[in-house]
Design a protein around this ligand. Structure first.
Ligand code: PMP
Ligand code: GLN
Length: 382
């Protein structure tokens, strides 16, 4: 057995979803909407299914989707990308992250990661034989610790991988923070792998800025998007990478060895989605903002310390004010078993010792009735 994999536990999202099912709990743990994505996107995929679009598509993605990814990049960010040479479609952002890491890391290279971090990052960096350099953001404001970040870069640094808007913190990196990262990446002549799956899920006027749009960064960034998040279709697993033409061939080779291609019918649906009018994208964030507000207000009324969320599907809460005697894992277990509501312990997003253990993450990408029902179950328990 591979020792790195046998040392990796089952993902917390699967563990908590199974526990939710076992106890009949309302699942505000794993981040998936309980509503469907846009009908025209689903129709387009269904039409492609019935239209015989069911054999291997081109390795880097169907032309319609690559063109739509390029058009989306131009419309929202002014990024010019050649759909034939600078876009690679993958089976979800999860594969995209692995493909980008594979494309640039050699054994012994260092890769800077920011904690709290999404759970696939670290195992993949290690499997590639690269050395993770972890830099920790601290609650409640999750500001970038600049001196520590600068110290994590060195002569062996090959890449930084980070996520904005950020799961689980709800943080949107500021222009100043991104400029600081850009400067380090250029000074150390390395790459940035940018997990931007929540790019359209920002609130209160916060705008997502791709690192790729900063001066000097166009050639150094691999920018990752996900149809799962942008179209509320998390089971589809269609991701897309935009990167310079010098990087794309290696990214494509990684994809070739991981999955080779991604279902062509789903790709055609996503192509329709990325070409939807601006109103769709504005509506997506407005609807989610209302859900965030509903859950945040309810949790605050129950006595949780609710941290601000600028983007993503998630609210991070401090449960110390409730007087619970135990850590976040015990809290989320008790919440599921006793209150019948499931959340995710935030320590699952930390790999190094000494992580804060009094935070629970709640997903708000749910119908209003479900959010209200969860709050009603929590009321007598807290
Ligand atoms: N990155 C982050 C930060 C995520 O939260 C997720 C959630 N699923 C992913 C990547 C994976 O996206 P996908 O489902 O497209 O693989
Ligand atoms: N990204 C989702 C979350 O953070 C879950 C994805 C998964 O289950 N692997 O909740």
């Amino acid at each position: 057995q591979n020792s790195l994999l046998s040392a990796t536990g089952t993902t917390i999202f699967t563990v908590m979803s199974a526990l939710a099912l076992e106890h009949g709990a309302i699942n505000l743990g794993q981040g998936f909407p309980d509503y469907d994505g846009p009908e025209d996107v689903i129709e387009a995929a269904a039409a492609a299914l019935k239209d015989g679009r069911n054999q291997y598509p081109p390795l880097t993605g169907v032309p319609e989707l690559r063109q739509a990814v390029a058009a989306h990049n131009r419309r929202f960010y002014g990024i010019e990308a050649d759909p034939n040479a600078e876009v690679v479609v993958t089976s979800g952002a999860t594969e995209a992250i692995t493909a980008c890491l594979m494309a640039v890391l050699n054994p012994g290279d260092e890769c800077v990661l920011i904690e709290p971090l999404y759970d696939t990052y670290l195992p993949v960096v290690k499997l590639l034989g690269a050395i993770p350099k972890l830099v920790r953001l601290n609650p409640p404001d999750w500001a970038l610790p600049r001196a520590e970040l600068a110290a994590a870069f060195g002569p062996k640094t090959k890449a930084i991988l980070f996520n904005t808007p950020m799961n689980p913190t709800g943080k949107v990196f500021t222009a100043a923070e991104l400029a600081f990262i850009a400067e380090l990446v250029q000074r150390h002549d390395c790459y940035a792998i940018c997990d931007e799956v929540y790019e359209h899920l920002t609130f209160d006027g916060w705008k997502h800025i791709p690192l790729m749009t900063l001066p000097g960064m166009r050639e150094r960034c691999m920018r990752i998007g996900s149809a799962g998040k942008t179209f509320s279709l998390t089971g589809w697993k269609v991701g897309y990478i935009t990167c310079d033409r010098s990087l794309a061939p290696n990214v494509a080779k990684a994809h070739q060895n991981l999955t080779f291609t991604t279902p062509p019918n789903l790709q055609r649906g996503v192509a329709v989605g990325l070409l939807k009018d601006d109103g769709y994208f504005a509506g997506l964030s407005a609807h989610l903002q209302a859900k965030r507000d509903r859950l945040a207000k309810g949790l605050a009324e129950l006595g949780f310390g609710v941290l601000p969320t600028q983007g993503s599907y998630f609210i991070t809460t401090d449960f110390r004010p409730l007087g619970f005697n135990g850590d976040d894992v015990a809290f989320c277990r008790a919440l599921t078993e006793e209150a019948k509501v499931t959340a995710i312990p935030v320590t699952a997003f930390y790999a190094s010792a000494g992580a804060p253990s009094h935070y629970a993450r709640f997903a708000f990408c749910k119908g209003e009735a479900v959010i209200d029902a969860a709050l009603a179950r929590l009321r007598p328990w807290v």
